[in-house]
Write a protein that binds this ligand. Structure first.
Ligand code: ZN
Length: 177
């Protein structure tokens, strides 16, 4: 089972193959990928990230441990915003303190919930279905987040999908679901 470095290095090194594959697909199937520099560079980032992303489902993986605090802070902040309406002390700082007191309970549940809810290692996260989901998210990021053209977003999508698939190939667990 390749480790973190091996997965990422394989992504860093094989990107020209992904570019070639997208070029061949465009030529023979007519999918209108647009190879602008910005699409190719963002595609590289998504490809390399994708080459280790599936190991998010392993509690010891660097990616899992790195994502956990982000999830905890996001959940905690969302709970804080809700809790802000619950208190009406005369001092504003008391309201803030109380709301954050509730917020950190949310953050804690995000922290433990992330590990708890994550499917077991090499389960559904290690599947072509999730590779497709990652590709779709990349497309949405390009179209709606970065206002790129349809062809550029399609390229981001295939780059993300191929990076993720590369991980599954190296793990030897290329499965649909
Ligand atoms: Zn893996």
């Amino acid at each position: 089972m390749p480790n973190y470095d091996a997965h990422l290095l394989s992504g860093i090194l094989t990107y020209p193959l992904a570019v070639a594959l997208a070029g061949i697909l465009k030529e023979y199937s007519g999918i209108p990928f647009e190879f602008s520099s910005i699409a190719l560079i963002l595609g590289y980032a998504l490809y390399v990230l994708g080459s280790d992303l599936p190991d998010m489902d392993h509690p010891d993986a660097l990616l899992h441990r790195g994502t956990k605090p982000i999830v905890a802070v996001a959940v905690g902040s969302a709970v804080y915003l809700q809790a802000l309406h619950w208190f009406s002390f005369s001092e504003e700082w008391l309201n803030q303190t109380a709301a954050w007191g509730v917020g950190v309970v949310g953050a804690l549940s995000g922290w433990f919930g992330f590990t708890w809810l994550m499917p077991r290692h090499r389960g559904v996260v290690h599947s072509l279905l999730f590779a497709a989901v990652y590709g779709l998210l990349a497309y949405l990021l390009g179209t709606f987040g970065l206002r790129m053209t349809g062809g550029e977003s399609l390229y981001l999508s295939i780059a993300a999908f191929l990076g993720y698939t590369l991980h599954l190939l190296l793990d030897g667990s290329l499965k649909l679901l």
